[in-house]
Design a binder for this molecule. Sequence first.
Ligand code: ZN
Ligand code: ZN
Length: 376
Amino acid sequence: MVAQKPVHVKSARSRIHRLRLSFSALNADALLVTHLPNIRYLCGFTGSAGILLVEHTRATLFTDSRYTLQARQEVYDASTAIAAHGLIRAVAEALKGRRGAIRLGFAPAQVTVAQKTALQLAAGARVRWLAAPDLIERLRAVKDPDELARMRQSARLISDVWTASVRHVKPDVSELAVAAEIERSMKLQGASGPSFETIVASGPRSAWPHARPTPKLLRKNELVVLDQGAILRDYCSDMTRTVFLGRSSVGARAGVRNKVRSLYAAVLEAQEAAMAAIRPGISAASVDVAARKVFKRLGLEQYFTHSTGHGLGLEIHEMPRLGRGEETLLEAGMVVTVEPGVYVERLGGIRIEDEVLVTSQGAEVLTSASREFLEL
Ligand code: ZN
Ligand code: ZN
């Protein structure tokens, strides 16, 4: 498929411009960008080999000859340099041509020791390394209008995928088969693929928050956790629904159903409490606290074993994390998931996850699939 020429050069320009403002505050001369989603965010390049060097008066994308044509079509707001002998060497050569010492900002979690050593060797002692973690990630946390339009579309798509594929969730179908139907539906609706490996976890396996689908068949009287996300026009979606394969009213089975029903109501209440807490200016941690409070009141807090949510966008996990101790303040334009859950050994797990946009007034839920208790 031919890549479309980006039409939102204006907002991308403001991205690099905003990045320059934040690295100037650190007194850096340049920033070395190696993380591919950050490169895509800043200059539009979607290839698998690239380093972007952002300086005060220029930005250069270093890539190799496989990407000559692609870069010409995709890259905006940066010039492209095709490296003949490795990206790091090309960056070093470029830095060698600059005057005086260069204070080079880098993200410690993303630049490898090998890259740092090679650059140091090739560019000499004039490079002064300046740790600058999360600079671009903080920009990416607040979506611009073009990104928000894509996030809305991606969230709508995953909601439609759920509606189209829920009929495959029934006894004697394998977890893998259900996952395959979900991913097929994503592609039929225009997604480039899943944003993570689709989770279909049934029965006791649903108590594993990140279970991989297996050949196990779904059975009557089991919980099934289905966590799915798609990538549409580069932007990820993420939504979880949990259903119960019940429809039995006799004896012990009715007991299980009642237990499951009350746990489901608890998770839904926790999710609604967390969503109600979301507004600009409050900390990410306080959203997590709002969900946890509900479980505590119901005596279920020990079953909620992960954080309440996470940002998402070009990647499935972005800033901010809605978890304990997260001091990031929410801002209008952030998109986060709200996904409390309970996981009970043997009985199974229940998680309900939706995407929420932080607005100037509070919050808007972007995923639209019904959250009613669904007994199939
Ligand atoms: Zn999810
Ligand atoms: Zn998630």
